[in-house]
Design a protein. Structure first.
Length: 312
């Protein structure tokens, strides 16, 4: 607020009515005085600069001229309540100002009721422009949200990454331990994916991964969770289903992938998957069992889904 605070200006304002106008006009923050009906009686240069109107364009106009239409009715009611109430100062609030050229500025508003020369009340309002601060806060918020997203998601496929996915697996195990029930997991990877990277390049391989995982998500239930473990290897957590149900679900996935074509090269892709259902064991052990089943699917000729043979 440069050299003055709102409190200092308010103190000067009340100290000498003779100097009221000069104090208001010299203040580095926007100040306006409105009548009981809410019409501008005085505005200072800082206020005019903030809202983009000339003084002559504001005087006699209702103060909601410079307020976003969304809030005009609400602010008019607040103004009337304040002018008719017993409080001399209005609580500091944050609002949006609509400038003459249509820009939206975020402002902090603090008001006080004073007595005019005619003995009727007036409202003096102090306005601070915090638009840049709010914009910075919004950019920081989005940056933090993006960092949080990247910490938990795979940047290429937007799926949960390995760390976040294994945490969700542990949570599912704890849920089953506490409330009973069951769940299954499926591990899958894309068959001969290295050939695609070698023949068409990694950018095409990345596109295949993006399109394949998007297709898998379309086929899976809304309650199923797909995770990228790394490379072309993925994990699917399937709550409240046994191994046979998980097998049927992953068979639908396998067929959908095998029947689709990907990228502008119309590439065909197959996957091999292993299924394991939860028993009282660790998440790592469960992954080991699903990985073993996936290896069996590879050994059996690829493009198939296999249930782990035993929970050992």
């Amino acid at each position: 607020m440069n050299n003055f605070s709102t409190e200092q200006i308010y103190e000067l304002f009340n100290r000498s009515k003779r100097n009221t106008e000069s104090v208001i006009r010299a203040a580095p923050i926007g100040i306006c005085i409105t009548t009981p009906s809410g019409h501008f009686e005085m505005v200072n240069p800082a206020y005019c600069e903030l809202c983009g109107y000339l003084e002559v364009e504001l005087l006699g106009q209702h103060f909601t001229l410079v307020i976003s239409e969304t809030y005009r009715q609400q602010l008019t009611a607040l103004h009337q309540d304040f002018m008719q109430g017993g409080e001399r100062q209005e609580q500091r609030q944050e609002w949006e100002m609509l400038t003459k050229d249509g820009q939206i500025r975020t402002i902090i508003v603090e008001s006080a009721r004073i007595e005019g020369e005619d003995g009727t009340p007036r409202k003096v309002t102090f306005i601070l422009d915090i638009t840049q601060r709010k914009q910075l806060e919004e950019r920081l918020k989005k940056a933090n949200e993006r960092l949080d997203h990247l910490a938990h998601h795979d940047e290429l496929t937007e799926l949960l990454n390995r760390r976040a996915g294994l945490q969700r697996l542990d949570e599912e195990i704890k849920r089953c331990d506490r409330y009973g029930g069951t769940f299954s997991i499926a591990m899958y990877d894309l068959d001969d994916f290295k050939t695609i990277n070698d023949q068409y390049g990694h950018s095409v391989g990345d596109s295949v991964l993006q399109q394949t995982t998007a297709l898998v998500n379309q086929v899976l239930r809304d309650t199923d969770l797909q995770i990228r473990l790394g490379g072309e290897e993925f994990l699917v957590i399937m709550p409240e289903v046994d191994a046979d149900e998980a097998l049927r679900g992953m068979e639908r996935v396998r067929k959908a992938v095998a029947q689709a074509s990907f990228t502008e090269h119309h590439l065909t892709v197959t996957l091999s998957s292993g299924i394991a259902s939860y028993v009282e064991t660790s998440g790592t052990r469960l992954l080991d069992r699903a990985d073993k089943a996936m290896y069996q699917a590879k050994q059996a000729g690829r493009n198939r889904v296999v249930i782990v043979s035993s929970p050992r």
